[in-house]
Design a protein around this ligand. Sequence first.
Ligand SMILES: [Zn+2]
Length: 52
Amino acid sequence: MSKRTLDRMKKGKIKYRCKICGSTHSVIHQYGLNICRKCFREVGEKIGFRKY
Ligand SMILES: [Zn+2]
């Protein structure tokens, strides 16, 4: 992890960004996914994730 990234994290403004659509809203960074909820619903099933 670069120092630049750490500085951003300290500020806390930069949140995780969806690697699919680029959205920073409601991004799930757990499981190393880094995708937003919207994309998660689409991708989740493909990669074997089922949310209830
Ligand atoms: Zn997305």
